[in-house]
Design a protein around this ligand. Structure first.
Ligand SMILES: [Fe+2]
Ligand SMILES: [Fe+2]
Length: 247
C-alpha cells in the first residue's frame, strides 16, 4: 500500500457541498458551476467532475470492476480502514472537509437516534464510505468520490454539471450508449445497471464478498447512496423495476 505524503485531499463533493437540506431549499440551481467563481474548493469540485465525466465509460467501469473485485489488493479490518480515512483530510480546509472517520461516526449516531433498534443500520452507516480506501491504492479521486450515474445510456439532466462536463466522454458519441435506454432494457432494474465506478459499488462488493449479514436493502443503500440523480433528482426511472421503487 502506498500512503500518500502529503495526504491526498479527498474532498467528497457528494458529502460536503450538497447537504440534503440545501437541496430542498435551493433545488439544483446552486450546483450550476460558474467559471467566474474565484473559489479554489469549488474549482477543485468542478475539475473532479470534469475528469469523472470525461473518463467514466462502459469500458472503464468494466476494467475497474475486474480489477477491484479480485479482492487481492489488501486485507484491512474495518476499524483500521476508518482510521486510515482520517489521513485523507486536508487540515488546511477545516470549514469544508470533515475527517471521513468523523463523518462515519456521525452518520452511524444519527441513524441510531432515529432507528435505535436497527443495529444493522447503525453499522451500515458506519461503513458506508469505507470504499474510499481505494484512494490509498492510487485510484484517482474522480473514480472514488462524488455522485454516481449509470454508464451505457444517455446522461440525465439532473447529473451534476451534466451540461458542461461530458463533451470529452467517447460514450456520448457511441450509438450503443447515447440513447435514453442505451444498452439497457426498459425496467431492467438497477441491479442490472452498470454504475460509474466509485466507493459505493466497491464497498457493496466488499461486503458481499465477505458474506456481510446486513440485510439486502441495507446493502442497496450503501450501493446507491451517491446516486443523487436517481434518489434525489428523480431521473432514470425507466431503468428501475418494482424492487427499486420500493427501496
Ligand atoms: Fe459516500
Ligand atoms: Fe457518506
Amino acid at each position: 500500500m502506498r500512503i500518500l505524503n502529503p495526504p491526498v485531499f479527498l474532498l467528497d463533493p457528494s458529502e460536503e457541498f450538497r447537504p440534503d437540506t440545501v437541496i430542498r431549499e435551493t433545488g439544483w440551481e446552486f450546483r450550476k458551476y460558474r467559471s467566474d467563481i474565484d473559489d479554489p474548493a469549488l474549482n477543485s469540485v468542478y475539475q473532479t467532475y470534469f475528469d469523472m465525466h470525461s473518463n467514466q465509460t462502459v469500458d472503464f467501469v468494466n476494467e475497474k470492476m475486474a480489477h477491484w473485485t479480485k479482492f487481492d489488493k489488501f486485507k484491512l479490518p474495518m476499524l483500521e480502514a476508518l482510521d486510515l480515512l482520517n489521513s485523507f483530510v486536508d487540515s488546511s480546509d477545516p470549514d469544508i472537509a470533515l475527517p471521513n472517520a468523523v463523518h462515519a461516526y456521525q452518520t452511524a449516531e444519527r441513524i441510531r437516534a432515529t432507528y435505535p433498534n436497527e443495529e444493522w443500520f447503525h453499522f451500515a452507516g458506519l461503513v458506508h464510505d469505507l470504499g474510499k480506501v481505494m484512494a490509498l491504492y492510487d485510484e484517482p479521486q474522480w473514480a472514488v468520490v462524488g455522485d454516481t450515474f449509470p454508464v451505457g445510456c444517455a446522461v440525465a439532466p439532473s447529473v451534476v454539471l451534466q451540461e458542461s462536463t461530458f463533451s470529452n466522454n467517447p460514450d456520448t458519441k457511441d450509438t450503443r450508449y447515447n440513447t435514453k435506454l442505451g444498452m439497457y432494457e426498459e425496467g431492467c432494474g438497477l441491479d442490472n445497471v452498470t454504475m460509474s465506478w466509485g466507493h459505493d459499488e466497491y464497498m457493496y462488493r466488499v461486503l458481499k464478498h465477505n458474506n456481510c449479514t446486513i440485510p439486502q436493502h441495507g446493502l442497496d443503500i450503501i450501493r446507491y447512496h451517491s446516486f443523487y440523480p436517481w434518489h434525489t433528482g428523480g431521473d432514470y426511472q425507466h431503468l428501475c423495476n418494482q424492487k427499486d421503487r420500493d427501496t
